[in-house]
Design a protein around this ligand. Sequence first.
Ligand code: PEP
Ligand code: MN
Length: 266
Amino acid sequence: MKHTLDIIPLQDWLNTDGKPLIIAGPCSAETEEQLVSTAHLLANTGKVNVLRAGIWKPRTRPGEFEGIGSIGLEWLKRAKAETGLLTAIEVATAKHVEEALAAGVDILWIGARSTANPFTVQEIADALVGVDIPVLIKNPVNPDISLWLGALERINRAGIKKIGAIHRGFSSYEKTAFRNEPMWDLAIQLKTLCPDLPVINDPSHICGNRELIPYISQKALDMDMQGLIIESHIDPSVAWTDAKQQVTPAALSELLDNLAARQAAS
Ligand code: PEP
Ligand code: MN
């Protein structure tokens, strides 16, 4: 398989002092207090580069919390102003892109359900023409490397060179210990195919429960992935989405301390 990606390496647009990039924050922005207080605790660890939060949530079935919407962008602005953390959100439509850019969000990501749809990815790509912002692309829900690469190519052809992939695991019919099967081979194939492409691991959505996160995180770093995106909530027990897989900022800090590659790099 060939690819046509024209990539600016991660270290040229986000300095992490040679350590893996750490993106952390709640699955969903819920309230201003929840988001801002989580951001402060994450920033205080000194180990987090970017604050993540879902503003618009792509739920598999209707009737659940679908995201706080545009008001969350104001909360993110406040979190950034008070902590200095860069901010990242998921975008799934051209309107999301326009609003995120207007609000000064630093990094965009495309979710697994969107990556599986070329029309959606193209709509996002068209909204990014002439814009200079990093975009991270999660693998599609299904284990199809062409679809993943195709989404990366669509965004790249729109002129986005600060581009990366997020490995968040794949849906499987079999019941296993993981919410989404890692199928490491696919992430490795992508890394082999595109050596300059940063690949970041999302242990939260692979595991679906916080207990397995250290194991998957270590494995990802052992495979030379360039970072981790981990869901962290001030009180996971009351989280509105993905409660079982979120960790407190204190637990995240301990988890990061225990990762071998991070220690070696510091
Ligand atoms: C998320 O990051 O909260 C999310 C919805 O992830 P995914 O697109 O990987 O399911
Ligand atoms: Mn989530």
